[in-house]
Design a binder for this molecule. Structure first.
Ligand code: UDP
Length: 320
């Protein structure tokens, strides 16, 4: 198999590249390094079957050529991270909507299978946990920029499903839930790399809000496994599929656990949301996937526990 990964130098993309090469596939990556990093794939350079292109998906002639050379496209290039989204809403909307538009348009020419990366963020403020793929999306008002991310990803989903319905382009839409692990940067606001960096530096660990909000974290390796199985499963085509785990932890408990596992003496500091993001910021109290659909398709069985993840991330930051 030859795969094109847009955003291949990003956190998830770099792990996916590695797994594909390990299974004997060829990998082309297209990444403009806006949030990805060449360091993420430096160890893959020179591996047979690996090629990388530092450019944007907006370079349509190049994109078209790379899609032409591929059997499957993993479209992971996107603006990610709540902090980035709140600070750069124009960039977020343009990147997420336009990027998916051009990828689908070119993939459609030769009906190449496309995996569209979406997010649990699309469930928005829904309290109806666990979130089922066919549940209503409950987004906040447009002046609150956080919701631009969910909305841009929802448009991507609509467009992908429309291509499937109207033009028979094979697509799979995946909704990632808090995917974490080594190589994830804290620069765009993600909680685990931030807490770990703070804990190792002896700086205060900044828990936003009152710390009672919870998340269920999935190791990137388990997410990549799921992606590889889904592209080999014809019943996944035309579907929206949650990928995540159901084991929740509150942000206050997460800060404690990271402090403990890294033997840190950092204090834990509670920071109001208004200060952490922007005035009137709305957070989600819980985010848990319903996994019935993915289980029925590929018998999904995430292997790594939260402690496994935290130990690996602490080790990664220590070495860095
Ligand atoms: N968070 C936090 N401190 C940080 C960064 C994030 O307490 O330094 C909180 C954030 O407010 C949210 C949770 O951790 O409630 C997860 O945040 P992240 O951005 O990693 O993921 P998402 O909000 O997209 O689930």
């Amino acid at each position: 198999m030859r795969a094109l990964i847009t955003g291949g130098a990003g956190f998830i993309g770099s792990h996916l590249s590695e797994a594909l090469l390990d299974q004997g596939s060829q990998v082309l990556i297209l990444d403009d390094l806006s949030t990805g990093s060449i360091d993420n794939v430096a160890h893959l350079k020179g591996r047979p079957g690996f090629e990388y292109f530092i450019d944007s998906v907006n370079n349509e002639p190049l994109l078209a050529e790379l899609i032409d050379r591929s059997d499957v496209v993993f479209h992971l290039a996107a603006a990610v991270g709540v902090k980035l989204i709140v600070e750069q809403p124009v960039h977020t909307i343009e990147t997420n909507v336009h990027g998916t538009e051009v990828v689908l348009k070119h993939a459609n020419k030769k009906k190449k299978l496309v995996v569209i990366a979406s997010t649990s963020e699309v469930y928005g403020k829904s309290n109806d946990v666990p979130f089922r793929e066919d549940a209503d999306l409950v987004l906040g008002p447009t002046p609150k920029h956080r919701w631009a991310y969910a909305c841009s990803k929802a448009i991507d989903e609509f467009l992908a499903l429309a291509y499937w319905k109207e033009r028979k382009l094979p697509v799979i839409v995946v909704r990632f839930f808090n995917t974490v692990g080594p190589r994830q940067t804290g620069r765009y606001g993600m909680v685990i790399p931030n807490f770990v960096r703070q804990a190792l530096a002896g700086e205060p660990i900044t828990v936003f809000g009152d710390g009672t909000q919870s998340r269920a974290f999935t190791h990137v390796g388990d997410v990549v496994d799921a992606l590889l199985k889904l592209v080999a499963e014809p019943r996944a085509i035309g579907q929206v599929i949650n990928i995540g785990t159901t084991q929740e932890i509150t942000m206050a408990a997460l800060a404690d656990r990271i402090r403990e596992l890294s033997s840190s003496k950092s204090v834990i500091k509670f920071v109001p949301y208004d200060e952490a993001y922007e005035s009137g910021f709305e957070d989600m109290p819980r985010r848990v996937p319903d996994l019935e659909r993915i289980n029925a398709l590929i018998g999904y069985d995430p292997k790594q526990t939260l402690d496994d993840i935290l130990i690996q991330v602490i080790d990664y930051f220590r070495k860095k």
